[in-house]
Ligand binder design. Structure first.
Ligand code: LLP
Length: 428
């Protein structure tokens, strides 16, 4: 039988014709927990973290897992246990990290729209750093910190105007993007920050985008950020850390992302050659920590021959995994228990009433109703971007550790969907 290609074999492999996550078969997981279900491998999560940690070993660094990629408490805890810090973009993510038992003194807060309530919460919880994205945000943080009698630790997120050469929706370091403070305005903002008694300037930050599979954009961004560091030093502003934002892209199909060690070299070589070897490095990787540590397990409901296409209709849909619809992303789809024989070319689609509800196009599959399929590389930006569209309960999440499989989020019940809604008496 033709072996099915898997993007990363750390957590998932075929054994005697069945797909396993570590030592647990996906067939067994589907029987126990139902479908659709996200399945994560603890071993793969830990490996990804250690690869970053090792790549920067010998230099002071913090790996701040970007919670938006996959925010399940158990996933956060696996990484917290290894010493990870966290990159958050909302009060909700901050409370998630706390609920998971993460170290809040290793939390960095990014995002253009932090509200007063969120700023207050983060100050009360004593986070590591606010990545400031505008002058008015600095004013708000300074005001709230002063009300609370605290000093807010801050870095300015510089927009280096570098093309990350990725999908336009996930490019963030260009002038036309809403993120960060322009390269030209940054030194003045730092001078202002340094003059405010309730603000403590501790670092500098940039993030140019996601799913970046070349090193050049990271190098260009680092050069530009170091230019700013140099100007700040001339103004007498000394920093402790430099945060380079998100991590590397991953292999979904045929992308060849650079090794983490090569990525680290691009950054560390620049720091030492420009005389900033003492600046701690911070990174906010999300996708590369979890994408290939997770699959979305789903069952075929039925197959349908259309006039122009064949459709394989599965019980997962765009509400469970939005990446194909949002970005036209190619996601691998493989059988969990492959059948012998030639397949048929299908569009794999969900039950939602939109033509945008597709998960994979033109895939050769030999499947029958009831068969299990796994969408590979689904660990990042899968569950966190899911919704209840069409009143579909959200999927379960399972964490595998060796041969043990733990339900780390129960499948929603239909009644969970209208919890919080009510019909006014006047309408009854
Ligand atoms: N730091 C900041 C400030 C970010 O905005 C992001 C991602 C990250 C770190 C993590 O970047 P990563 O290591 O994952 O590349 N939903 C999209 C991806 C959106 C990324 C947004 N920001 C997708 O499914 O491709």
């Amino acid at each position: 039988m033709k072996p099915f290609w898997l993007p990363d074999t750390t957590g998932f492999s075929y054994r005697e014709g069945k797909l396993f996550c570590e030592d647990a078969s996906l067939e067994g997981i589907a029987e126990r927990f139902g479908t659709p279900t996200y399945v994560y491998s603890r071993k793969a999560l830990e490996k990804a973290y250690r690869e970053y940690d090792d790549a920067f070993s010998g230099h002071p660094h913090e790996i701040l897992y970007s919670v938006k990629a996959c925010s399940n408490l158990a996933v956060i805890r696996v990484l917290a246990n290894l010493g990870a810090g966290f990159d958050i973009v909302s009060g909700g993510e901050l409370l998630r990290v706390e609920a998971a038992g993460g170290d809040l003194s290793k939390v960095t807060y990014s995002g253009v729209g932090k509200t007063d309530a969120e700023i207050r919460l983060a100050l009360e919880k004593g986070i590591h750093c606010f990545n400031i994205e505008s002058v008015s945000e600095l004013d708000d943080i300074a005001r709230i910190a002063s009300e609370l009698g605290k000093r807010a630790p801050v870095a300015v997120r510089v927009n280096p105007n570098v093309d990350a050469k990725t999908h336009p929706y996930i490019s963030t370091g260009l002038k036309k993007n809403k993120f960060g403070v322009s390269y030209e305005e940054t030194p003045a903002l730092y001078r202002k920050a340094a003059s405010l008694p309730s603000i403590e300037v501790i670092g500098i930050d940039c993030h140019i985008g996601s799913q970046i599979t070349q090193l050049d954009p990271f190098g260009h961004a680092a050069d530009k950020v170091l230019d700013v560091v140099e100007q700040l030093a001339a103004d007498g502003i000394r920093l402790r850390h430099i945060d380079f934002g998100g991590g590397l892209g991953v292999c979904y199909k045929d992308e060849v992302p650079p090794e983490k060690a090569a990525f680290a070299r691009v950054i560390l070589d620049r720091l030492s050659s420009r005389g900033y070897g003492d600046l701690a490095v911070e990174l906010e990787p999300g996708r590369s920590m979890v994408a290939n540590a997770g699959v979305l397990l789903m069952r075929v409901i039925r197959c349908k021959a259309g006039e122009m296409k064949n459709f394989c209709i599965v019980d997962a849909a765009m509400n469970d995994m939005g990446r194909p619809m949002f970005y036209e992303s190619w996601m691998g789809i493989v059988p969990a228990c492959p059948r012998d024989g030639k397949g048929v070319t299908y569009d794999v689609v969900g039950p939602i009433c939109e033509s945008g509800d597709w998960l994979g196009r033109d895939r050769e599959l030999n499947v029958l109703p009831g068969d299990l399929l796994a969408m590979t590389s689904a660990g990042a930006y899968g569950m966190t971007m899911s919704s209840n569209y069409n009143s579909r309960p959200r999927a379960a999440e399972v964490l595998v550790d060796g041969s043990s499989a733990f339900c780390v989020r129960r499948r929603e019940e239909p009644s969970d969907l209208w919890r919080g809604e009510s019909v006014p008496e006047e309408l009854k």
